[in-house]
Design a protein around this ligand. Structure first.
Ligand SMILES: Cc1cc2nc3c(=O)[nH]c(=O)nc-3n(C[C@H](O)[C@H](O)[C@H](O)COP(=O)(O)OP(=O)(O)OC[C@H]3O[C@@H](n4cnc5c(N)ncnc54)[C@H](O)[C@@H]3O)c2cc1C
Length: 355
């Protein structure tokens, strides 16, 4: 069986890993000359966003035989609203390295492949491969091909500006900010590489590449952030819904398949799982839509969460962050198995009414 994967993304490499387990060796077309990330960053894998799964890395190892070593565990989460801060402690998740070095997430999964061919410097469109392969899997990390095939609905558009900074950091602490003045409906966060280096990023909704610069300056000024910047990047941030997730023999996986959540823009675990499920569907004939139903359901819940979040004001953010810090609420949100995406929108609406 001939399978082509467009993009050596997290999802595409995971798809190749599962295809190999079924005895199929795909060909991956990658537009870059390397496996890894263009822009170095630290990504989070927060337990609270993956429930009922408690430990996504352990599950991925157990169920799919993929080993991923995190950069660090997350044991402290600091939430900042304009006037309030709350701090959560516990086993909150993992930091994952993304970049060019060997501990990058893609490189880690790639190193577990056994013979899949990668054709580098190949920027391909699906139509160039039609007729040459039995199946085409789109793992391009963005929805342009999904959109062209009439399967994309946009849910969040914005720009992201990020930087690698030097300073003093706690390697196990993630810091998050929400403030309408500089993020609009978006957010900002800091995730450390180690004690001296961190990744800091701002996602602003409904802005273009030029407009985000003013918001970035406002963010640094408001939060009095004066770290030394050693690298910087800007990217468009798109999240949305893909349906159907398969057109004839073409599969959409990862971000191209709407697997990026539209609440925090997290998509690593969904990318891995959609890649694996596409491989299963190809090899067993099982219905891909059915296999990824739990992910589709969850992305819809995150969308509802996002819509409720969009209606909040800075005062609402203060109330929300203060209530997250209350011991009872903290317990329910972070120490129970409550499905946050499912009930999150309701929680936000109640909080808004309380004011
Ligand atoms: C700065 C940043 C921070 C993030 N933080 C988090 C986080 O904290 N937590 C989290 O869970 N997720 C986070 N994400 C999202 C997460 O990285 C993505 O959801 C995940 O990588 C998506 O995997 P993918 O396989 O869809 O695409 P990607 O991993 O993006 O890979 C796409 C690949 O396809 C290649 N490609 C694209 N078009 C073509 C083409 N036409 N031909 C050939 N190759 C092509 C690209 O070069 C790339 O290698 C973050 C993303 C970014 C950019």
């Amino acid at each position: 069986m001939k399978v082509a994967i467009i993009g050596a993304g997290v999802s595409g490499i995971a798809c190749a890993h599962e295809l190999e387990r079924y005895g199929v060796k795909p060909v991956i077309f990658e537009r870059n000359s390397f496996i890894g990330e263009q822009f170095s960053h630290v990504a989070s894998l927060l337990e609270v966003t993956h429930r009922p799964i408690r430990d996504a890395l352990r599950l991925i190892h157990k169920k799919y035989d993929i080993d991923i070593k995190p950069l660090n565990t997350i044991n402290t989460l600091v939430h900042n609203a304009p006037q309030k801060t709350s701090t959560i402690k516990g086993n909150l998740g993992y930091f994952i390295f993304r970049g060019r070095e060997n501990n990058d997430l893609k490189k880690q999964i790639f190193s577990q492949l056994k013979g899949t061919e990668v054709r580098f410097n190949e920027n391909v469109y699906y139509d160039a491969l039609e007729g040459m392969y039995d199946h085409i899997v789109i793992s391009s990390g963005e929805p342009s091909m999904t959109d062209e095939l009439g399967c994309w609905q946009e849910w969040f558009q914005g720009y992201e500006r990020g930087a690698v900074v030097l300073g003093n950091f706690d390697p196990n602490t993630q810091i998050m900010w929400v403030n309408k003045n500089y993020c609009k409906k978006g957010y900002a966060y800091l995730a450390p590489y180690n004690k001296n280096k961190a990744f800091i990023t701002l996602v602003v909704s409904d802005v273009d590449e030029k407009e985000i610069d003013a918001y970035w300056e406002e963010f640094l000024y408001t939060e009095n952030i004066k770290y030394t910047i050693i690298e910087e990047f800007k990217l468009e941030h798109l999240a949305g819904y893909a349906y159907p997730n398969k057109v004839n023999n073409i599969y959409f996986i990862g971000n191209a398949g709407g697997a990026l959540d539209s609440f925090l823009g997290f998509g690593q675990v969904n990318a891995i799982v959609t890649g694996i499920m596409a491989a299963r569907s190809i090899c067993t004939g099982e219905d891909y839509e059915k296999l990824i139903k739990p992910i589709t359901r969850r992305t819809k819940q995150f969308y509802e969460f996002r819509k409720a979040f969009n209606n909040l004001t800075n005062d609402n953010y203060d109330t929300l962050i203060r209530s997250i810090g209350l011991s009872g609420v903290k317990q329910i949100l972070y120490q129970s198995s409550l499905n946050i995406p499912k009930y999150g929108a309701k929680f936000l609406r109640i909080n808004k009414k309380k004011r």
